[in-house]
Design a protein around this ligand. Sequence first.
Ligand code: 5GP
Length: 208
Amino acid sequence: MRRLARRLRRGEVNLLKHKSMELLKQRILTEGKCFEGGILKVDSFINHQMDPVLMGEIAAEFVRRFAGSGTNKILTIEASGIAPAIMTGYLMRLPVVFAKKKRPSTMENMLSTTVYSYTKNRNYDVCVCGDYLRPGDNVLFIDDFLANGNAAKGILDLVQQAGARLTGMGFIIEKAFQHGRDALAAYGIHIESLAIVESLDHCTIRLK
Ligand code: 5GP
């Protein structure tokens, strides 16, 4: 694993790309379930039960796609972003910070922002301690889904409040029909999604 991590960081390993991401797409098609309002559940390998081997390959692909970005810290939001983020941080040998959805009463030097949750249809606060997101940090955001882009915008706000810089955003699954990528375009962010869902119409998963 260590040798693989080194080779990935140097950009020497490209073989994983097609195989592993094809596997991700196959898993989405065979195990994904559609729900009202364009929600896709992938509870059998990402959102509830997790497949660490697939997650490791997802992380390897993020390392490959963000090689040379100058990242020194990975940022995610609890809970489903933590698994891909920690795997990516492990391979990149970088610390991983997760933004919290509940304000801990003991947190000092808190940065916070409000995010609208499309899946839960309500606003929630996300916060991070300014000790772990600092001026000069070069931050890669990793999350499970990109939908409307609200969580991503909240993260951008936290990064800006901290005086840090965003190096990119990596998502396992992008739901293109909810246009989060367009919502983020104005900020000039390097966005990478490993599988892109074009439509969930009639409960059929259509991938790009
Ligand atoms: P956005 O803020 O881009 O609208 O939504 C992104 C966040 O909402 C992600 O952090 C993800 O956890 C959640 N989310 C959005 N759409 C879906 C979905 O179809 N399935 C699941 N499991 N989570 C979603």
